[in-house]
Write a protein that binds this ligand. Structure first.
Ligand SMILES: [Zn+2]
Ligand SMILES: [Zn+2]
Ligand SMILES: [Zn+2]
Length: 312
């Protein structure tokens, strides 16, 4: 048996097909298929309808400007710098990120960083086109393996649902007026920013419920999601801290536990679980090259047209 390698469509480096994502840049090397999860398989319905209305809400569109958001992302980076190290996708934590990305069917993996801080922190932000995941060293110390999966699954759930751009806008709006005005320029003066802020903050709670569902999907154990929530809930963010205000708009611990437990018992969750199991079972077959003869094959076909062997 050979270990077929294919070039990454973004950076060109060769990755073995079973890794699904390029270990260098996080791009998908195996395209998404009908077997992969979609956001609508698990998204919390009020979150989905809020996202639809954001997309239609005209005053928001000048804010969804890649340039403005990139400047904000850069400003956040410069504040974090010093205590940051990029997480390699071939490291232990990197392989958990990859596995979560396979289960959730991400289009590409966010660039991931380890933040040196005793506080247990996990957050994502970005523009939707480029997303960033941050995990703190305090978080890695506090969580066991399955809780860490649930935490990473939660963050990647935000990416999968397309939350990052709106979280970033909310971050811009709550990060201090000088920063917001400086970055947003004229865009903000044309709309009522307190209204926008309220809208984004109230949606934020619903977006957390979708992300908790994603955490449950990858951990497949409500006990681990609940112990993760309990551990993180002991550490309320300080007001005025980076992203503190956004974090404080999370639903209460009790509410999140209740909703995760309800979702775990639902028919929707069981359907998602079956879909994930089937996707993982088919992993060896979902490839553009045969794992025996290296010849090219249709992405989803189980038998190789050249050598006739089953990929499973
Ligand atoms: Zn790449
Ligand atoms: Zn979250
Ligand atoms: Zn073959």
């Amino acid at each position: 048996m050979i270990e077929p390698q294919i070039p990454c469509p973004r950076c060109g480096s060769f990755t073995s097909v079973e890794k699904v994502f390029c270990v260098r840049c996080g791009s998908r090397v195996i395209p998404l298929t009908e077997y992969d999860l979609t956001a609508s398989d698990f998204i919390y319905p009020p979150d989905e309808s809020a996202l639809e209305s954001f997309r239609e809400f005209k005053p928001l569109s000048p804010l969804i400007n890649e340039l403005i958001l990139k400047r904000y992302v850069r400003a956040l980076f410069s504040r974090l710098e010093g205590g940051l190290a990029e997480i390699s996708l071939s490291s232990e934590v990197g392989s958990i990120i990859r596995e979560c990305g396979i289960i959730l069917g991400l289009r590409s993996l966010p660039r991931s960083y380890l933040l040196k801080s005793d506080k247990p922190l996990a957050f994502t932000f970005g523009t939707g086109k480029s997303d960033y995941l941050f995990l703190s060293s305090g978080l890695l110390d506090l969580l066991d393996d399955r809780e860490l999966r649930a935490a990473i699954g939660h963050e990647l759930g935000h990416v999968k649902c397309g939350h990052s751009i709106y979280h970033t806008i909310a971050g811009v709006l709550t990060s201090g007026i000088e920063l917001s005005l400086g970055l947003m320029g004229g865009a903000l003066s044309s709309i009522s920013s307190p209204m926008l802020r309220l809208m984004l903050l109230s949606w934020h709670r619903d977006s957390e419920i979708s992300a908790d569902r994603a955490g449950l999907i990858v951990a497949n154990d409500p006990g681990k999601v609940i112990s993760l929530l309990r551990k993180l809930h002991r550490e309320p963010p300080e007001p005025g801290e980076l992203l503190g205000e956004i974090l404080s708009t999370h639903p209460t611990y009790e509410d999140r536990v209740k909703r995760v437990s309800e979702y775990y018992r639902s028919a929707d969750y069981h359907a998602v679980k079956r879909k994930v199991e089937r996707r993982l079972r088919l992993s060896k077959a979902l490839s553009p090259v045969c794992r025996f003869c290296g010849g090219s094959k249709p992405l989803t076909s189980i038998f190789c047209p050249s050598c006739g062997r089953s990929q499973l």
